[in-house]
Design a protein around this ligand. Structure first.
Ligand code: SAM
Length: 271
């Protein structure tokens, strides 16, 4: 692939994953009960399988990843997706060894992009690790993790996306193969024993203190020098930021934290 074709492919893919390339067509289902007509028309519509939808694609919001999109494969937005792309590209160009991984994938968009980078750069060795409960977030466990006290994202069914749905999303872009490795279950159960040798890009997107610290504890030691840690929720969630601060303090990490947008941040491991 020429350099130009590679960038065009990856740019187009990112635009598809966020739906930004056809945002004018993005709609959200709304409850048929809100149909202003009478009950009899409503039941006919229901019988015939009609849907009631409303426009749901504000470019200003989507570009900075500040909504839960109805169909897009990522809620991260363009700036954070591009940061994932840049980190993956840089470690390939600099020959930093190790796989790519995201902990907390939702519909899989960031990991789909990671797999596409491997394809675009003819990388024959690296794998992409896709770690999630595939049933949403745990309720915050304030006893063990005080920073998560009172936080409960487990009540949002929109955050529970099955592994089969994520596989289907990879397949939609012809990027599902044996180099995409699913780790299904709670991070505390899957990450410490995952058969991962080395990582070069580790993207954390589990929102909670618990989900962030469990990922760092299990995986940071496997990150190669020259590799990147990306923290999606660094600006958005105090709980996540606290986990990063605690981990860095306890392990003497002083690599510069670089902001990506209003929430995302990353650093490059120098030692
Ligand atoms: C905000 S979403 C991730 C968004 C995604 N990275 C994207 O690009 O759109 C958070 C995800 O983390 C997962 N998650 C959070 N904490 C977890 C834990 N402790 N164990 C397993 N999965 C977890 C949830 O199931 C959910 O899919």
């Amino acid at each position: 692939m020429t350099t130009d074709a590679r960038s065009r492919y990856l740019d187009l893919l990112m635009g598809c994953l966020t739906r930004e390339v056809f945002l004018d067509q993005e709609v959200r289902n709304i409850d048929l009960a809100r149909w202003p007509g009478g009950d009899d028309i409503r039941s006919i519509l229901k019988e015939q399988g009609w849907r009631l939808v409303e426009p749901s694609g504000d470019p200003a919001v989507r570009s900075v990843g500040n909504d839960w999109p109805p169909t897009a494969e990522t809620m991260a937005g363009t700036a954070r997706l591009r940061n994932t792309l840049d980190c993956c590209r840089k470690v390939i160009e600099d020959d930093v060894p190790g796989d790519f991984m995201e902990t907390g994938v939702w519909r899989g968009g960031n990991t789909i992009l990671m797999r596409a980078v491997l394809a675009a750069y003819d990388d024959a060795d690296r794998q992409v690790w896709v770690a999630d409960s595939f049933e949403g977030l745990p309720a915050g466990d304030g006893d063990r993790f005080p920073a998560d006290d009172g936080i409960d994202f487990s009540v949002f069914p929109q955050l529970a996306v099955s592994a089969d749905d994520v596989r289907a999303n990879f397949a939609r872009y012809d990027l599902l193969d044996e180099r995409v490795r699913f780790l299904e279950g709670w991070f505390a159960d899957t990450l410490p024993t995952a058969p991962i040798q080395q990582l070069s890009v580790l993207r954390l997107d589990g929102d909670l203190y618990q989900s962030t610290i469990e990922a760092l504890d299990a995986l940071y030691p496997k990150l190669a020098v020259g590799g990147y840690v990306i923290v999606d929720d660094y600006g958005a969630w105090e709980s996540c930021r606290e986990a990063v601060t605690d981990y860095r303090r306890d392990h003497g990490i002083d690599d510069e934290i670089i902001p990506v947008d209003w929430t995302g941040a990353y650093w490059r491991r120098t030692r």
